[in-house]
Design a protein around this ligand. Structure first.
Ligand code: IMP
Length: 177
């Protein structure tokens, strides 16, 4: 048995859903007219956020998935980012929104923005559900932030610790039992 538990609820399922409605509206407002929005979900943590976000959008949209690894062990990342799974389709001329679970040091997002920008999308924006600004190592641009949180390791709603807790419908601080 793991000694770790999802101890304190930081954001309830209702908090998250309420904010996602607003984020969906903001994203659509920034893509006026009949443009198609191409959402690029960062696996694995972003899957639940993407699924709920697109159900709140009425715009024409398409989705794709990308996966990175930061060689993370435990609750801190080593700073090295590599691509584990690339996109299925090209980005040239498209209106792209990266959909991330959390921006911590910012290294993953910086890496992703660099490689995706090189593929010549018409626009490139980023939506992240959570941001931990205290931990930032690079100054990365985020267009849509769900919640700004303090420097605590959180799990649930797609976010894991050692691949556990992704199924929780809320976000909790990781603690010891
Ligand atoms: P960054 O490159 O340091 O910004 O970290 C990005 C990745 O680290 C995220 O996409 C998450 O997978 C993971 N991560 C960072 N903080 C947390 C956390 O509090 N809980 C779970 N995963 C996290």
């Amino acid at each position: 048995m793991s000694p770790f538990i999802a101890s304190t609820i930081l954001l309830t399922a209702e908090d998250i859903q309420r904010r996602i409605v607003e984020l969906a509206r903001e994203i659509e407002r920034d893509h006026p007219g009949d443009v198609e929005i191409h959402l690029v979900c960062v696996l694995k943590g972003g899957f639940m956020f993407l699924a709920d976000l697109i159900r709140r959008m009425q715009a024409r949209l398409t989705i794709d998935f990308i996966a990175t690894s930061s060689y993370a062990k435990g609750t801190t990342s080593s700073g090295e980012v590599r691509l584990l799974k690339d996109l299925d389709t090209a980005l040239e001329g498209r209106h792209v929104v990266i959909v991330e679970d959390i921006v911590d040091t910012g290294l993953t997002l910086m890496y992703l923005q660099d490689i995706l920008r090189a593929r010549a999308p018409r626009t490139l924006r980023t939506a992240c559900l959570l941001s931990k600004p205290e931990r930032r190592q690079v100054d990365v641009m985020i267009d849509y932030i769900g919640f700004t949180i303090e420097d605590k390791f959180v799990v649930g709603y797609g976010l894991d610790f050692d691949q556990q807790f992704r199924n929780l419908p809320y976000i909790a601080i990781l603690g010891e039992s």
